[in-house]
Ligand binder design. Sequence first.
Ligand code: KG4
Ligand code: ZN
Length: 340
Amino acid sequence: METIRTLSIETSCDETSVAILENGRRILSNVVYSQITVHQAFGGVVPEVASRMHVEKINGVIRQALEEADITLEECDHVAVTYGPGLVGALLVGLTSAKAISYALSKPLVGVNHIEGHIYANFIAHPELKPPFLCLVVSGGHTHLVEMKDYGEYRILGQTRDDAAGEAFDKVARAIGLGYPGGPKIDILSNQGNPEAIDFPRIFLEKGSYDFSFSGLKSSVLNYLHRHRQKGEPVNEADVAASFQAAVIEVLVEKSFRAAKELGYETIVMAGGVSANRHLRRAFQSRAEADGLAFYFPPIELCTDNAAMIGCAGYYQFMAGKRDELDLNAIPSLKLADQG
Ligand code: KG4
Ligand code: ZN
């Protein structure tokens, strides 16, 4: 088989990342420059600061990715880049760099949907994994339950009607006083807490719905903290973290496994930043064992934003003949839609 090398660029939020892949699933390099320490001072990602840091870092990260892969730009067969969803100024930095390389070296350009990239992280981690499967995408901006019927073929079963799962983690963490980014901090703090200490609501919506809603749960946690603080009562923060997390996990598990059963899927895949959560992984793993399903998730470094996952999705699109022109624009609110 001919070797296809993909150069991929991801700058949708606060990670400047460039990867080189061979035949879509083999990582030659995956450099991630995280801006987290800069944004921490502001308690969240500041879009203007993110764009400026991408501008400063992108060329160095491209160079490092090529060095680690020990290849030249000329040896790459095509360029893949995230064009949405994300912060417009941040996306434009990666997109413009990808276009410059594509133009200067006459390499085909393939724009990738960031959410699709998260799903493809699983193909890098699990060489044997192939569609069809059911996929739960849980990230800072998105919560989707998706049928992946084939490469590039999706049917959206449900999504969040308000906050994304990761957004709820981040907002609750901020209210507890854990700082940014909150997801990993709740994950760790909840190890010391009792998940049954506080009975926060599980929001399932109408019977049969695969949609999600996390804002009611988030408000309930904020009210709980507010009430206790106003009365000067002590709050067991680890219990709050563990009980909140348990409520999120229960809804994600129930909806995902019900969908698998109703639609006859034997494989469930999880993707996105929140899939780094160890309690969530364990809950899916034990339910999958009980229901006799296969369950896949990426290693932590491929769960959160990185260019390798974008390169993998871009490779499959390139092989399917997708090409984008140099007028490809950033689409901040790009959706994952029914396709194929
Ligand atoms: O996928 P991602 O890196 O960026 C988006 O595309 O949105 O996801 C970031 C989100 C943040 O909300 C972060 O708090 C959450 O993923 N996250 C976690 C964990 N690690 C990251 N949430 C819960 N537990 C974790 N261990
Ligand atoms: Zn992401």
